[in-house]
Design a protein around this ligand. Structure first.
Ligand SMILES: *Cc1c(COP(=O)(O)O)cnc(C)c1O
Length: 471
């Protein structure tokens, strides 16, 4: 066995960089490439458990060669599926350093740079998102975990206010918490509700308008009907429509009732960072906690999410880990593990810092506004085509279209989506919205330009024409 740090190890790192750069160069300029299936990739990787090690650079070359056919071009300029950012080269490079430095971001004494950069990036993030500068930020894997962390702080605080210590005494025998949530909330919020023992079936759903925005009247009624502790969960950026809840109406209602208002703003919270879009999230800064992603609109590589809590004490109460071998935190020092579920973890602050440093306030605002303009442009061109229906007005960066009319529209829409994916000029997915199948377009990649939008619209219209003709 060779020692770890030798020229052969460094050759593996260089090989990874070389392969990564070659891949990104190809994807940036290429058609949207088709991708091998899961089954094909299983067959490609299959083999007996290795008995002996090998040459580091050769292993990395083998990995890259085997994996590449099954790498979906989600960093490409014409990727409009789900809500996926670009893994910007600056973020990727910072992430390489993160891995090479091997810092355990659990503790500020173990990892001073990794811990300090989180404190600084947290401040920048709060500034960009227009949130209270005293709020605490946990650097987590994504919005799913951010929602969980924020809701854990919410659970702790609303129970503390009625004299119950949930960290010590658990939920058995605790005063019941009423959870209010919009009927078009993201599925992952329910994960947090489940992990925290709040019960996915126990929630009271709030009626929404045609774009998935909570109706403030129903919210007010539900809060008035609730007795005891209340956690209300709003949303900035509905996954299909991009709609944001009317925070300027619901946040004061929540506050007057003593409820904790949490906002799932995985991508939509970034409207706050763009003066042209900030009116959409007006009042969101009045909430008590916010979940958002770095790996969506901030373009960091996976995994990067932020759990932001107004009451930092509640945040720490729900998450902090204490152990004799962990040196104590003093004064204004910020211990990374006090705000996240994990102890040992990746130093996520490096990539977050690098991406904010890369784009800057202006770059982020321009990107968000640009993506919204691209979404409006694509929707307008598609809706102008006979037989294409724009399902909801475009509010942010997400929109849906349907093809054909009447009973056949579901099947036709799915067939058009399939054809677009097969043609591989662009990637767009489908979704079920209010019981109807739609083509869902998400514009979230910094690689996407207006020209890509036009090429994509042409491809969709072409696919629609062929599918419709072939019946
Ligand atoms: C993507 C998304 C999530 C989940 O975020 P992950 O980063 O995938 O964990 C939650 N809510 C909304 C609105 C989202 O768009």
């Amino acid at each position: 066995m060779e020692p770890e740090d030798t020229d052969s190890g460094y050759a593996a790192m260089a090989e990874a960089a070389r392969r990564a750069i070659a891949y990104r160069r190809e994807i940036a300029g290429a058609e949207h490439t088709p991708v091998a299936s899961y089954g094909e990739m299983l067959a490609a990787f299959a083999g007996p458990t290795p008995e002996r090690g090998g040459d580091p650079a050769a292993i990395i070359a083998e990995l890259a060669t085997l994996a590449t056919p099954g790498i979906r071009a989600s960093t490409g300029p014409r990727f409009f599926g789900w809500v996926i950012g670009n893994s910007h080269p600056t973020g990727v490079a910072a992430d390489w350093l993160t891995a090479a430095w091997g810092q355990n971001a659990a503790n500020l004494h173990a990892a001073p740079a990794a811990s300090a950069i989180e404190a600084v990036a947290a401040g920048w993030l709060l500034d960009l998102l227009g949130l209270p500068d005293s709020a605490s930020v946990g650097f987590v894997t994504g919005a799913t975990v951010a929602n969980f962390v924020c809701l854990a702080a919410a659970r702790s605080e609303v129970l503390k206010r009625v004299g119950w210590d949930v960290e010590a005494d658990g939920l058995f025998g605790a005063p019941p918490i009423t959870v209010l949530i919009g009927e078009d909330a993201h599925a992952t919020v329910y994960s947090g509700i489940k992990y925290l023992g709040l019960g996915a079936r126990r929630v009271r759903t709030i009626a929404c308008d045609a774009s998935g925005r909570m109706l403030a009247g129903d919210f007010e009624r539900a809060i008035a009907e609730a007795s005891g502790p209340v956690i209300a969960i709003g949303q900035a950026g509905q996954i299909n429509t991009g709609a944001c809840d009317p925070f300027d109406a619901i946040a004061p209602i929540a506050r007057a009732a003593g409820a904790w208002l949490h906002v799932d703003g995985a991508f939509g919270l970034w409207a706050q960072a763009s003066p042209a879009q900030a009116h959409l999230t007006k009042g969101v800064e009045l909430a008590d906690s916010w979940a958002t992603d770095g790996h969506k609109w901030l373009q960091t590589p996976y995994d990067s999410g932020f759990a932001i809590v107004r009451d930092a004490e509640a945040h720490r109460r729900a998450m902090a880990i204490t152990a004799s071998y962990l040196p104590p935190v003093e004064g204004a020092e910020r211990d990374p593990s006090a705000y996240v579920p994990e102890l040992s973890r990746r130093a996520r602050g490096f990539a977050a810092w690098a991406m904010i440093r890369q784009l800057g306030r202006e770059g982020i605002a321009d990107m968000v506004a640009g993506h919204c303009a691209i979404a409006r442009h694509m929707a307008k061109r598609l809706a102008a085509h006979p037989g294409v229906e724009l399902v909801c007005p475009v509010e942010l960066n997400q929109f849906m279209v349907r093809f054909g009319a009447g009973d056949g529209a579901d099947a036709l829409t799915l067939a058009v989506v399939k054809q677009v994916q097969e043609d591989a000029v662009a990637f767009i997915g489908s979704a079920l919205w209010r019981g109807r199948w739609v083509m869902r377009v998400s514009v979230t990649s910094v690689a996407t330009r207006m020209a890509d939008a036009d090429v994509t619209v042409d491809a969709v219209i072409g696919a629609f024409g062929r599918v419709a003709r072939n019946g």
